[in-house]
Design a protein around this ligand. Structure first.
Ligand SMILES: C[S@@+](CC[C@H](N)C(=O)[O-])C[C@H]1O[C@@H](n2cnc3c(N)ncnc32)[C@H](O)[C@@H]1O
Length: 247
């Protein structure tokens, strides 16, 4: 599986609505620290993307460090969050030589890892960066959820058109997603000319059976594993997305 580097798509990630998922994650994290913490926790965000989580929680006392493998995503994150540290790195191997109260990784980010070995390495990264008594919180698309990427979709909005073409390979629990976009970047001057910026983004995502994920968490040194369905209306047996809180 090729690496999942976000290129030209990064500039339009927020505009195209991809960062909206952060709204839910920000609220969950806020609730979590309200009930389980002090409110001034240090948080490591693995695969932080465009830093939308940090932006949404900028008025709290939470202090973030974000890590992402895409320089283009990090550029967006830095532009939105002055004073927050964003580091270019691979979440399977990055070592920051400091520990945090909470490590998070949201919006399918762990699904971007191409093998169970890589997943295990990422879990180890999370554990190594946690203080005693800290929590690792992340979501993950289940194989059922990933199968939802078997689709062809055209989204036509006033500012852009997206063509999304996804294939799901059940034997490998792998989704190959191609996002082709045409974003209206017209300057709005008197020429009346409409200009579109074209981009092509390929994303590969994988999922694994729940027992394999739990086994990897145990191997990485986590003892308490709590998993629920991300969507409270879905029973855990056929949840499309899992929500993990582990320590
Ligand atoms: C779907 S985006 C999620 C971004 C952000 N967490 C959010 O909620 O919007 C997935 C992110 O994972 C990053 N990524 C993928 N593989 C990575 C890796 N091995 N190490 C660090 N970042 C990675 C991509 O660059 C991208 O920014």
């Amino acid at each position: 599986m090729k690496t999942n580097v976000y290129g030209d798509f990064a500039c339009y990630y927020d505009l195209l609505g991809w960062s909206r998922f952060s709204k839910i994650c920000a609220q969950r994290l806020k609730n979590f620290v309200r009930f389980r913490g002090k409110g001034d926790e240090t948080i490591l965000d693995l695969a932080c993307g465009t830093g939308e989580l940090e932006y949404r929680l900028r008025k709290t006392k939470l202090r973030f460090v974000g890590v992402d493998m895409s320089r283009r995503m990090l550029k967006q994150a830095r532009g939105k969050n002055k004073g927050v540290k964003f580091i270019h790195g691979d979440m399977t191997s990055v070592r920051l030589k400091r520990r945090f109260n909470i490590v998070v990784s949201f919006f399918d980010s762990v699904n971007h890892l191409g093998s169970i070995a890589a997943l295990c390495k990422m879990f180890k990264t999370a554990r190594i960066h946690l203080r005693e008594g800290g929590f690792f919180i992340f979501d993950m698309l289940s194989p059922e959820g990933l199968a939802g990427w078997e689709l062809v979709e055209i989204r036509r909005k006033p500012g852009y058109t997206l063509i999304i073409n996804g294939f799901y390979f059940p034997e490998r629990t792998l989704a190959e997603i191609t996002i082709e976009g045409f974003v209206n970047v017209s300057s709005g001057d008197s020429s009346g000319k409409t200009t579109y910026k074209h981009f092509l983004q390929k994303i590969y995502e994988r999922s694994y059976p729940l027992d394999k994920v739990a086994e990897s968490l145990t191997k990485a040194g986590f003892g308490n594993i709590s998993v629920s369905s991300f969507d409270p209306d879905e029973p855990i047996e056929n949840a499309s997305r899992w929500f993990f809180v582990v320590s």
